[in-house]
Design a protein around this ligand. Structure first.
Ligand SMILES: NC(=O)C1=CN([C@@H]2O[C@H](COP(=O)(O)OP(=O)(O)OC[C@H]3O[C@@H](n4cnc5c(N)ncnc54)[C@H](OP(=O)(O)O)[C@@H]3O)[C@@H](O)[C@H]2O)[C@@H](O)CC1
Ligand SMILES: Nc1ncnc2c1ncn2[C@@H]1O[C@H](COP(=O)(O)OP(=O)(O)O)[C@@H](O)[C@H]1O
Length: 276
């Protein structure tokens, strides 16, 4: 990370205390797509669970429940049949990830609108961003300052046409200001910007991450940290670094499924260095 004046996110990682229980450790919801598109949410959920959220629940359309249920163990499942029902399920969550394979449509827009009315911190990725192409202000007005948007460059251009002409750092900073939310502009050097002006550039990226679903895992990891009440900007910085570190540790042959399974090694090294 750049920025010598920025506090190190390592000092605010949420290690469990002796009296912690799973609910206190952070409850993360991940919204799944329809029955044929549940993998992305499962990747995100696994990332959130591995990074330490005490309880992770996939929230899925009713038709997807029979597909998701046989593929999960520790991760829990709640089907929802309407945006109201989604908001009701999310009311118990500290954070919710929405977007991976959610569908680029009005249902995804309505689901984000419903989630914005809950107390959960939102991590909006992929289709959750693209669904607002042409109407970015409709998304921004729903967001709180601790919500996080995680676009790759294609998604970023859909919400902020022309802004990348200013360069990635200036563009991410301006986007965070416009959205009034934390911006994670993904790429070989991921830029993380907060609406209060904080800015960091991740410096341990690796092209092994250029594989389908790796961004879904990252969204879940950010969600898992903010569910543990880590500051959203620090959570994004930490997750981006750990995500790349996990990929570096695996190297050739990496697929997205491998990333959550590498996290214990990454976390163990950070835990050993910490003053817990
Ligand atoms: N396991 C699963 O279930 C998975 C499900 N997934 C889900 O699938 C859905 C569709 O995902 P997607 O990847 O096809 O859509 P999207 O990323 O919008 O790409 C569309 C176009 O954008 C452009 N583009 C420009 N810059 C880019 C960049 N940096 N990175 C990538 N693209 C960039 C590029 O156009 P080009 O530059 O080639 O002209 C590209 O053709 C979505 O719901 C997602 O969540 C995935 O997460 C994978 C794992
Ligand atoms: N060449 C690269 N170097 C470093 N990181 C990369 C590279 N290509 C992709 N990544 C990282 O991989 C992830 C890809 O996310 P995304 O494009 O959303 O994929 P998906 O939608 O398939 O999950 C991001 O974290 C991005 O920063």
């Amino acid at each position: 990370m750049t920025g010598d004046t920025l506090p190190d996110w390592r000092d605010s990682l949420p290690w469990p205390a002796a009296d912690t229980h799973k609910h206190a450790r952070g409850r993360l919801g991940v919204v799944s797509g329809k029955a044929t598109q549940t993998g992305a949410a499962r990747l995100a959920a696994r990332g959130g669970l591995r990074i330490g959220a005490g309880l992770v629940r996939i929230l899925c359309p009713p038709d997807a429940a029979a597909v998701v249920a046989p593929t999960i163990e520790a991760i829990m499942l709640t089907p929802f049949g309407s945006d109201e029902a989604l908001a009701e399920a999310a009311a118990e969550m500290d954070a919710v990830v929405i977007g991976p394979a959610a569908g680029v449509n009005e249902v995804t827009q309505a689901n984000i609108r419903a989630l914005a009315g809950t107390g959960a911190v939102l991590v909006v990725d992929a289709d959750g961003l693209t669904a607002f192409e042409g109407w970015p202000a409709d998304l921004f007005e729903l967001l709180d300052r601790d919500d996080v948007l995680t676009p790759h460059e294609g998604e970023f251009k859909r919400l902020f046409p022309g802004l990348l002409d200013q360069g990635r750092e200036a563009a991410a900073a301006e986007a965070a200001r416009r959205a009034d939310a934390v911006m994670v502009l993904k790429g070989p050097a991921t830029v993380i910007a907060a609406p209060d002006g904080r800015l960091a550039i991740n410096d341990n990226g690796t092209p092994w991450l250029a594989t389908a679903g790796s961004g879904d895992v990252l969204a879940g990891m950010i969600g898992g940290l903010v569910a543990q009440r880590m500051d959203s900007f620090d959570a994004a910085r930490a997750a981006v670094w750990m995500h790349a570190e996990a990929a570096r540790g695996f190297g050739p042959g990496l697929i997205a499924e491998d990333l959550p399974e590498r996290l214990p090694a990454v976390l163990a090294a950070l835990f050993a260095q910490s003053s817990h």
